[in-house]
Design a protein around this ligand. Structure first.
Ligand code: SF4
Length: 206
């Protein structure tokens, strides 16, 4: 007596499975379906193709029959600052200043007044852009009138606190080491130690 041979053909890759025992064939089919590369690729392609749920902004338009005006959209700043508000301008008429020699005055906070912020970073006067830019920062402080854009601080910082800020018209250098990620400072003092004109003063948080 000849055993009955049962078959299963994978609809994805075309593989033919045959066995006389239906239970065994079913197990073979399950194993194949778990391992079938073509089936897996098709599943992944379908998942990628599934459209994301519409966001409120992309939702269907309101019915045309509505007579009421659309709700007002709250005003937002045209170019939101990366780190916070900006209240000072880097442009101006203050060009009649000479380069200032270092080091930065470690007691400047007792002698100077904050004049504003730039992307959330405090700026201490006197300030008369673009020739006189004062001292920037609360904990990571750079005297922009001393900074000569050497860049050693940017390279030394292990947590990427600084980035360049263009300051055209300044007598010492036309870009400065801007402590935009001041909050990330780990107070390693590397930048303060490598700055050639000693324009940097680090104040550890109390
Ligand atoms: S003290 Fe260290 S972590 Fe802080 S800004 Fe200077 S180099 Fe970066």
């Amino acid at each position: 007596m000849t055993a009955t041979v049962t078959e299963y053909v994978c609809q994805d890759c075309g593989t033919l499975l045959r066995h006389s025992n239906p239970n065994t064939l079913e197990s073979m089919r399950d194993v194949h379906n778990q391992l079938c590369v073509v089936k897996r690729q098709k599943t992944m392609a379908q998942q990628v193709a599934v459209p994301k749920p519409a966001t409120p902004a992309a939702a269907a338009p309101a019915p045309a029959a509505t007579a009421s005006p659309p709700p007002a959209i709250p005003a937002t700043p045209s170019t939101p600052a990366a780190g916070g508000p900006t209240t000072i301008s880097l442009s101006g008429t203050g060009t009649s200043y000479d380069k200032v020699d270092g080091p930065i005055d470690p007691k400047f906070k007792e002698k100077r007044q904050p004049v504003g912020t730039y992307q959330g970073i405090k700026v201490w006067g006197p300030y008369d852009a673009p020739g006189q830019l004062g001292i920037w920062g609360e904990n990571v402080c750079v005297d922009f009138d001393i900074c000569v854009a050497d860049g050693a601080c940017i390279e030394a910082c292990p947590v990427n606190v600084y980035e360049w800020l263009q300051t055209p018209g300044h007598p010492a250098s036309e870009k400065k080491a801007f402590m935009i990620r001041e909050k990330d400072c780990i107070f390693c003092m590397a930048c303060e130690n490598v700055c050639p004109p000693q324009a940097i003063k680090i104040f550890k948080k109390g």
